[in-house]
Design a protein. Structure first.
Length: 680
C-alpha cells in the first residue's frame, strides 16, 4: 500500500482529498495494518466534532487517555507523554483546524523523535518535510468498457471498487436493481465521470429510485453541469461539487429550501426541531414535512441509525447546504433561530436536570450536544448564548464537560456582552462553579464575587444564597475551612427558613464534606446521617450518590471498611445512568481503598485500579493529591506481589469494563464478602 510505504520515508504524511472520498476509512485501515510496527500504539484522533482550535489539545489528550494536570500546560503534558514512545498518531479531519494541527504536529515532530503523524485533510498542513499524498478515487473500470468494444461480463466489472459501491447503493434505494451486461457500460461511464469519489457516487446512486442509469449519465455529461464550479479548484473537488449541484438542482424548491436551512443543525436533529427552526411563510410546516420525506427518500438526509426518530446530514452535504444558505443571505437568520430553539430547550431542561426526570433530560441534552456546541460557537446573540450556557451548567457538571463549558462561558463573557444584569450574574456564577471544579479557586472567587454583587443589586435573595453556598464550596476546596463553614452556614440558614429541603440537603452535604477535609470524619458522618432521612424526597440523584461517596470516605477514615464498601456500592448503583467518568473514578477509589484494607485481594483491586485509570484519562482529571499518592502506593505494592503478566491482564481487563461489567464485578465481591462474614 502506498501510504504504508510512504510512512517508512517520512514522519508526517497528510492524505489529501475532498470530503467523502474515503480518507478516514483509509487511515483506519493503515493504522490497523501497522499496529505491530509501533510498540507505543496507533492512536486515532477524530477532529471532526472539534469546532474550536482552543479545544485541539484536549481532543488529542482524550484520544491518548492523557490526564490534564491542574496548573500544567496541556501541550507540555502531551509532549512529555509522547516523547519516549514509538507511536503512530492519526489526526483525522484537520481541514477546519489546519493552523492548530500544524502547530501541534511541528512541536510533536521536534520533541518526540519516534512519533509518526498520519493526517487527513482537504489541504496540506504546510510544514517542511511533510509529504502530501492526494488520495485517488476508488478503482475504476477502463475507458475500453464502452460499446462497440468488447463488454466484460458483470462478474469482471464487479472487481472494480467504484462499481461495487455504486451497485451496493443503487440496490439499497432500488431493491430490484442489479448489474447486467446491458447497463454495465453506462455504470462504468458514471463511475469514471464521478472520478471514483465515494460520496459523489453515493449521491448519484441515490437517484436510481427515480432515474435510469442512462438519465443519470445524461445529467453528468451536461457541460453546464460540469462547469458550474470554481475552475481553480482541484479536479476531485470540482467533481464532488458538481454532484452536489446536480443533486440540489433536481430537488423541488421546498426540498432545496429545507436542505439549506437544516444545515444549521450539527450532528442529528428531530423532525420537531427542524419544523421549529426552518419553517416560515415561504416554507410552511406541511411543505416542510413533505420536503423532509423527499430528502430522506433521495438520500440527501439520513435517518440516524443510532438514535430513534432523528435525522442527520453527511458533513459534506451539510457544508454545501450552509454555503447555499449563505448565498441566499439566510445564514444569520437561521443560525439565530437555531440558537433560540436550543436556548429554549436548555431552559426547559434546567429544572429537570436536578429532578426525578434527571436521567431522561441528561440523555436528551447528550443527543443534542453537537447542536449545543454549534449554537455556542460564534453565536448570533450573546445574551441568548449566555442563557443557554447557564441553563446547561448541571449537564456539563454531571457529564464531566467542565473544560468545555468553561471555555464557552469565558469566550462569551470576554466579548463584553450588552445583556441583562440577571443573565450576567448567572453566567458569572456558572463560570465560578466550573472554575471551582477545575481547581482554579482564585479565578472562581472572582467570578462568584461578581455574581454575588449583581444578585445583591437585583435583591434576588434565593440566588444570593445559592452564590454564597458556592463561595463556601470554593473556600472549602482551596482549604479555607473557616470561611467555607461560615458561608455554607449562612446559606443553610436561609434555606431552612424557607423550608427548601433540596437545598438544605445539598448545603449540609457540602458542610459535611468540609469537615471531612479537616480530618473530622465523625463530625462529618453525623451530618451525613442527619440528612439520610431526606433521601426519598431529594429529586437530584447526583447529590444522593455524592452523599454515599462521602459517607464511604468517612467510613474509610474511621477504618469502617465494610461500611465504606457498602455505601460506595450504593453510590455506584445510582451513578450507572449518569455516564460521568470522574464520578465513576471517585466511587471506585473509595471501594478500592476499603477492599485494600480488608481483603487485599489483587484479583479484586487491580481491575478497579485499571478502571479508575481509564475513567480519569477520559475526563483528563486527576484524583486529589492525597488519593493520587495512595493510588501510586497501591500500584507499586501490588506490582511487587503479583506476577507481571497477571497484573497487566487484570489491569487491562478493568480498564475495558463497561458500567454493567463493573456493577456485576462489585456485586460478586459483595456476595463473597457476605459469605465470608457469615462463616466467621
Amino acid at each position: 500500500m502506498d501510504v504504508e510505504r510512504l510512512l517508512l520515508q517520512t514522519r508526517l504524511l497528510t492524505i489529501l482529498g475532498a470530503g467523502g472520498n474515503g480518507k478516514t476509512r483509509l487511515s483506519l485501515k493503515v493504522g490497523d495494518e501497522l499496529l505491530t510496527r509501533y510498540p507505543g500504539g496507533v492512536w486515532f484522533v477524530d477532529l471532526a466534532p472539534v469546532a474550536d482550535e482552543a479545544l485541539f489539545a484536549r481532543a488529542v489528550a482524550a484520544a491518548l487517555r492523557v490526564r490534564e494536570d491542574t496548573g500544567a500546560d496541556l501541550m507540555e503534558t502531551l509532549l512529555s507523554h509522547l516523547a519516549p514512545r514509538q507511536a503512530l498518531l492519526i489526526l483525522d479531519n484537520c481541514e477546519h483546524l489546519v493552523g492548530a494541527a500544524a502547530r501541534f504536529a511541528q512541536q510533536v515532530l521536534v520533541h518526540s523523535s519516534e512519533v509518526t503523524i498520519l493526517a487527513t485533510s482537504r489541504e496540506a498542513l504546510g510544514l517542511t518535510g511533510e509529504v502530501a499524498w492526494p488520495l485517488p478515487g476508488l478503482a475504476l473500470p477502463p475507458e475500453s468498457v464502452t460499446p462497440p468494444k468488447e463488454v466484460p461480463p458483470p462478474s469482471r466489472l464487479m472487481r472494480y471498487e467504484a462499481i461495487q459501491l455504486f451497485v451496493e447503493r443503487a440496490a439499497a434505494v432500488s431493491p430490484g436493481f442489479r448489474l447486467t451486461a446491458a447497463n454495465g457500460p453506462c455504470l462504468a461511464r458514471i463511475c469514471r465521470r464521478l472520478d471514483g469519489i465515494p460520496l459523489a457516487m453515493e449521491l448519484a446512486a441515490a437517484w436510481m429510485s427515480a432515474l435510469s442509469p442512462e438519465q443519470i449519465d445524461k445529467h453528468l455529461l451536461d457541460e453546464e453541469f460540469l462547469e458550474s464550479v470554481d475552475p481553480t479548484a482541484p479536479e476531485r473537488q470540482r467533481t464532488l461539487r458538481g454532484t452536489m449541484d446536480w443533486s440540489y438542482g433536481l430537488l423541488t424548491v421546498a426540498e432545496q429550501t429545507l436542505w439549506r436551512r437544516i444545515s444549521v443543525f450539527a450532528g442529528s436533529f428531530t423532525q420537531e426541531a427542524a419544523a421549529a427552526v426552518c419553517t416560515d411563510e415561504l416554507l410552511p410546516s406541511h411543505s416542510a414535512l413533505r420536503a423532509l420525506r423527499g430528502l430522506v427518500r433521495k438520500s440527501i438526509l439520513l435517518r440516524d441509525s443510532t438514535l430513534a426518530n432523528r435525522y442527520r446530514l453527511l458533513e459534506t452535504v451539510r457544508e454545501y447546504g450552509l454555503e447555499k444558505l449563505k448565498e441566499a443571505n439566510e445564514l444569520p437568520v437561521f443560525r439565530l433561530r437555531h440558537l433560540e430553539f436550543f436556548t429554549a430547550l436548555a431552559e426547559e431542561a434546567e429544572p429537570h436536570l436536578r429532578g426525578p426526570n434527571q436521567k431522561e433530560w441528561l440523555e436528551r441534552l447528550e443527543e443534542e450536544h453537537p447542536n449545543l456546541r454549534a449554537a455556542l460557537t460564534k453565536p448570533e446573540n450573546i445574551e441568548l448564548a449566555l442563557r443557554l450556557s447557564s441553563a446547561v451548567l448541571w449537564f456539563w457538571l454531571v457529564r464531566g464537560y467542565l473544560v468545555e463549558g468553561k471555555h464557552y462561558l469565558q469566550q462569551l463573557l470576554n466579548s463584553f456582552p450588552l445583556c441583562t444584569a440577571k443573565t450576567r450574574a448567572k453566567s458569572f456564577r456558572a463560570s465560578g462553579i466550573l472554575a471551582t471544579q477545575l481547581h482554579l479557586y482564585d479565578e472562581a472567587e472572582i467570578y462568584l464575587q461578581k455574581s454575588y454583587q449583581l444578585f445583591k443589586q437585583l435583591d434576588m435573595q434565593s440566588d444570593i444564597a445559592i452564590t454564597v453556598s458556592n463561595l463556601g464550596i470554593n473556600s472549602s476546596k482551596k482549604g479555607d475551612f473557616k470561611n467555607a463553614i461560615q458561608s455554607l452556614d449562612e446559606s443553610l440558614h436561609y434555606y431552612k427558613k424557607i423550608n427548601d429541603e433540596n437545598r438544605v440537603f445539598l448545603i449540609s452535604l457540602n458542610i459535611g464534606a468540609t469537615y471531612l477535609k479537616t480530618n473530622l470524619p465523625e463530625k462529618s458522618k453525623k451530618i451525613f446521617q442527619s440528612i439520610l432521612p431526606l433521601i426519598n424526597k431529594i429529586e437530584d440523584k447526583n447529590s444522593v450518590l455524592i452523599l454515599y461517596i462521602n459517607l464511604g470516605m468517612a467510613n474509610n477514615l474511621n477504618k469502617e471498611y465494610i461500611e465504606a464498601f457498602k455505601n460506595a456500592l450504593k453510590s455506584f448503583k445510582i451513578s450507572t445512568g449518569l455516564k460521568n467518568e470522574l464520578l465513576t473514578a471517585r466511587i471506585l477509589w473509595v471501594i478500592t481503598e476499603a477492599l485494600y484494607h480488608t481483603e487485599g485481594n489483587p484479583t479484586w483491586i487491580i481491575p478497579l485500579l485499571g478502571k479508575i485509570d481509564s475513567s480519569l484519562a477520559k475526563n483528563c482529571e486527576p484524583l486529589d493529591n492525597q488519593a493520587t499518592d495512595l493510588y501510586t502506593s497501591f500500584v507499586q505494592q501490588l506490582q511487587v506481589i503479583t506476577e507481571p503478566t497477571m497484573y497487566e491482564n487484570l489491569f487491562t481487563q478493568g480498564a475495558n469494563f463497561s458500567q454493567l461489567d463493573i456493577l456485576e464485578f462489585l456485586q460478586n465481591i459483595e456476595r463473597q464478602i457476605s459469605k465470608t462474614n457469615e462463616n466467621i
